[in-house]
Every structure is written in C-alpha cells, then in structure tokens.
Design a protein around this ligand. Structure first.
Ligand code: SAM
Length: 331
C-alpha cells in the first residue's frame, strides 16, 4: 500500500514553507512531506532516511525538482553532519514524522509484521543487529523490560520467560514463530488488538534505538535551526510524544514554574524555542476515517528563538537496556 502522509496540512500550517527557505525532512519515507514543501516554488529540501528502500523515490524527487532537493541515507540524529556536508549554514524548518512507513509494515521480508511471515528482522536501516538477535541473545529480564517499557505490555515477564524456554530448544528466526508464541502466552480477547502488538512495538523501538534517535535529533534540530525556524514532530505513541513535549516545554521555559504540588524546578538557560502548539494537534475525524494509521498521531511544533541552543540532554529510559547492550551481546 502506498504511504499516505499523516497530519500533512497541519505540518504545513506550522512550517509555512516559503521560496528561498531550506527545510530538512528527516523521515523522507515515500516523500509525501517533501513533495508538499517543494510544491512551494523556490523552497528547497534536504531529505534523510535510514531505510535504503527510500532511495528510488529520492532519485525520482531529484529529477522532478532539479536543484531544489538533495537526499542522504542515514539516521536523522546525524542531521548536523549531513547539513555540514551539503554546506548549509542553518535551516528554516525540520520535519520528523516518526515510526515506520506503510511500505515497511507491508513488506513481509522486513519482519515488522506479526500478521505476515518473514524473517524476524525489523531493522529500518537493514544493517546492525536484528530483532532475532535481541530475542535470541538478551537476558529474559532485559526482554521483559523492553516489552514493558517500550511496548507497555502488561504480561512482559510471562512473555520473556516463554521466549527464554522456547529458544533453548531452537532460536527464533521468523516473525510468526514469535507472534504465535506471544498469542499463546499473552492471550487476548477477540476483536481486540493482536496479542503480539505491544511486544512487537517494544522490540521495534529497541532494535532501531528509536527513542535514543529522537532525543539526539531534537538536540540536533535545536542547533541547526535558524532564528524563527520551525521544528515540527509527528509522533505515534505516548513515549515519543512525552519526549517531544518535555523537550519543547523545557526549552520554551515552561518547566520551571512549580505548583502547590510540585516544588520550583531550577530554571534552565534562556528559552531556545517558542511553542507553536500548546497542546498536541490531533488528526481530524475525516483523516482518521480515511487513514487508520493516523489515529494515534500527534503533532507538536515550536519555532526557534535567537537564544543559544541548550546543552544536550541524555537519552534512554529508566529500566530499559541501552542499545549498546544489543551490540555487545551479538559481537
Ligand atoms: C512514517 S514514515 C515517513 C513518511 C513520510 N513523511 C512520507 O510522507 O512519505 C517514517 C520514515 O522515517 C524513517 N526513519 C525512522 N526513524 C529514522 C531515523 N532515526 N533516521 C532516519 N530515518 C528514520 C523510516 O525509515 C521511514 O521511512
């Protein structure tokens, strides 16, 4: 299925692309956001995606918009280096539309789907350790933490223990082997989400270091945006949304006000962002009806002030093994 861009009108409303402006599309995917920005005559876009599957669409985009579009394969957390390579001094907007594309979910051989059989892979970049490596090599308590924190799975320990027992007989190789085991141990009611949904989400976030990437990209965007440049981030689950909300509220100077219940927090440097969205923007009823993938999407946006960028914040969530643990256990 072709990827339908989510919250596109709302992103354009905050980004306000203009002729002569330079924009980073950190999650190029099928190029839906990029195409819309390039629709403004004279606007330029640098596209980034870590999935090599984005390359053919990027090549088409280059042909369609000569001199106004460039593309670099890689993680969006590297946007500073990517921009330095292109010689750009600063940008007028950064867009991030997180998570996976419809193409990634639909292609069974990418291993993201618990409904179609494929290799237990889930790597957006097609390189580095896979979901099978995580499932076959991490300790059961590490897997349980990933399912619980990243997947918000209530039966995380039960699922991890069952995986540990099963892999002692034979390592997991296929998505359906894992999905069927999870369905047996987690159970679930007809009509509800598939019992493997949450554990698969947790694994995907871990294998792609999605939250670490997000934290680093927010800091990078803060450093590359020009004054009045706009950061627009579309998230698809509460963990991502909380990271974006906390980052933007802190940098807009809205975290240190204290309350009767919460004591005054130490004030940070001068605000580096001004919020453009007080509350997260949700998709319209029409969009949700037309595109079920949009249902959980939320947009938050802010514009850069003239104050310096804040020092980088640390990434990771408490109780979840760091991504480096996965590299270690397969090396
Ligand atoms: C939801 S899709 C974006 C769709 C795009 N906005 C469009 O309209 O076609 C997310 C894309 O971001 C890419 N992606 C996710 N995390 C990334 C990261 N850390 N660095 C680079 N690309 C990433 C995925 O490979 C995927 O192609």
């Amino acid at each position: 299925m072709a990827h339908v861009p989510v919250l596109l009108t709302e992103v354009l409303d905050v980004l306000k692309p203009r002729s002569g402006g330079l924009y980073v599309d950190g999650t190029f995917g099928a190029g839906g956001y990029t195409r819309a920005v390039l629709g403004v005559e004279g606007a330029r876009v640098i596209g980034i995606d870590r999935d090599p599957g984005a390359l053919p669409m990027a090549a088409q985009m280059k042909q369609g918009f000569p001199g106004r579009f460039a593309f670099q394969s890689g993680p969006f957390s590297m946007m500073e280096d990517i921009l330095a390579l292109s010689g750009a001094e600063g940008v007028d907007g950064v867009m991030l539309d997180l998570g996976v594309s419809s193409m990634q979910i639909d292609e069974a051989d990418r291993g993201f789907s618990f409904q179609k059989d494929g290799p237990l892979d889930m790597r957006m970049s097609r390189s580095g350790p896979s979901a099978a490596d995580a499932v076959n090599h991490l300790e059961a308590d590490e897997l349980a933490a990933i399912f619980k924190v990243y997947g918000e799975e209530r039966h995380a320990r039960r699922a991890a223990r069952a995986i540990e027992e099963t892999r002692a007989e034979k390592p997991f190789e296929r998505t359906l082997e894992l999905a069927e085991l999870l369905a047996r141990v987690i159970g679930g009611k007809p009509g509800r989400i598939h019992p493997a949904t949450r554990a698969f989400q947790g694994l995907r976030i871990f294998v792609n270091d999605e939250l670490g990437e997000l934290v680093r990209a927010l800091g990078a965007a803060e450093r590359v945006l020009k004054p009045a440049g706009v950061l627009a981030v579309v998230t698809f689950h509460s963990l991502e949304d909380r990271i974006v909300k906390t980052f933007l509220r802190a940098r807009a100077g809205l975290m240190g006000q204290g309350s009767r219940h919460a004591p005054e927090v130490e004030k940070g440097p001068e605000p580096s962002f001004a919020l453009l969205t007080r509350k997260a923007v949700e998709p319209s009823e029409e969009e949700m009806a037309a595109n079920p993938r949009a249902r959980s999407s939320r947009l938050r946006a802010a514009s850069r002030t003239t104050n310096p960028a804040w020092p980088a914040t640390d990434d990771g969530l408490p109780g979840v093994p760091p991504y480096s643990r996965l590299m270690e256990c397969v090396s």
